[in-house]
Design a protein around this ligand. Structure first.
Ligand code: AMP
Ligand code: FE
Ligand code: FE
Ligand code: ZN
Length: 282
């Protein structure tokens, strides 16, 4: 049964596998097309594309940008964008810089809690400019302070926990504009992160559409059947594209596999053409 996967992370942000290794897993999972959507960075795309050519998998250029609407942290995926665009990459660079301002503050809090960790260790482990909390979680795992990334988030790193520090994030309309100006289609990732439901969710997504949003990630590893149905209904009512992906990260989300998520994810290949057509119209 062929499938696609439009949400995957690699070592270029907080995933634990190189782009070419993600592609190899995709081939095994019979994924025919995919998007590498690293946080705030496009540097993994050349390796993904050459691996895609080798393995006969179509690689859609992608990125995932975190934003904050005053209430919820919203992640905006960008697809089919001109990923070499200098202005886009300069803008993504400002987001990575905000990570480097925030992460040492998280480390300070962990040290205050008695954990022997430094930001240099995190940066060495990450090996990329897009350093995120999952890298800190990985260091805590390596040092045996926790046994899983989930435990690191639950005990220290999640919102409201002792080492949580908020990051300066752009509003979602700005993230959408950056993607649009790079000729990409902007899609709301994992809509469960929107901290309102029902009418509030519809209002939020309607406003995002007015700002240029093109689609909603209806199919996602952790969505229940009823969540998938309600996001599908919302996307259809608002005339937005339907996308989907696993949000594979490797070791920091060990229950999620490329292509199949927690086992029951299947993003149909027919969703790809409308996305590419929308991008071609921009
Ligand atoms: P950051 O980009 O540094 O704010 O870190 C957020 C990232 O951490 C998300 O994009 C997820 O990849 C990851 N994440 C968030 N919550 C958890 C969790 N409970 N367990 C594992 N990874 C998580
Ligand atoms: Fe992530
Ligand atoms: Fe995300
Ligand atoms: Zn993601």
């Amino acid at each position: 049964m062929s499938r696609i996967d439009l949400h995957l992370h690699s070592t270029h942000s907080d995933g634990s596998l190189r782009p070419s290794d993600v592609l190899r897993l995709a081939e095994k999972a019979r994924v025919t097309a995919l998007a590498i959507t690293d946080h705030d960075i496009t540097s993994g795309l050349p390796e993904a594309m050459s691996a895609g050519e080798e393995l006969g998998i179509e690689v859609i250029p992608g990125v995932e940008i975190s934003s904050f609407d005053g209430r919820s942290e919203l992640h905006i995926l960008g697809y089919c964008l001109d990923w070499k665009d200098p202005l886009l990459n300069e803008r993504l660079g400002t987001l990575r810089a905000s990570r480097h301002r925030r992460n040492p503050l998280i480390i300070e809090r962990l040290r205050a809690a008695g954990l022997d960790v430094t930001y240099e260790e995190v940066r060495a482990l990450a090996g990329t400019e897009s350093v995120g909390r999952p890298h800190i979680a990985q260091l805590l795992m390596q040092k045996k302070y926790v046994s899983t990334a989930k435990e690191a988030f639950d005990r220290y790193l999640a919102e409201g926990k002792a080492a949580y520090v908020a990051r300066e994030l752009p509003p979602p309309d700005e993230a959408i504009r950056w993607i649009r100006e790079a000729k990409g289609v902007a899609v709301l990732a994992h809509p469960t992160w929107v901290k309102t439901s029902g009418e509030g969710l519809r209002t939020c997504v309607t406003e995002l559409k007015e700002a240029g949003l093109g689609g909603v990630e209806v199919h996602y590893s952790t969505h229940s059947k009823s969540q998938t149905a309600s996001y599908l209904d919302l996307a259809q009512r608002l005339g937005l594209l339907i996308t989907g992906g696993s949000d594979f990260h490797g070791v920091t989300k060990p229950d999620i596999e490329v292509g199949s998520g927690r086992g029951d994810l299947r993003v149909h290949p027919r969703l790809l053409a409308p996305l590419k057509e929308a991008a071609a119209r921009l």
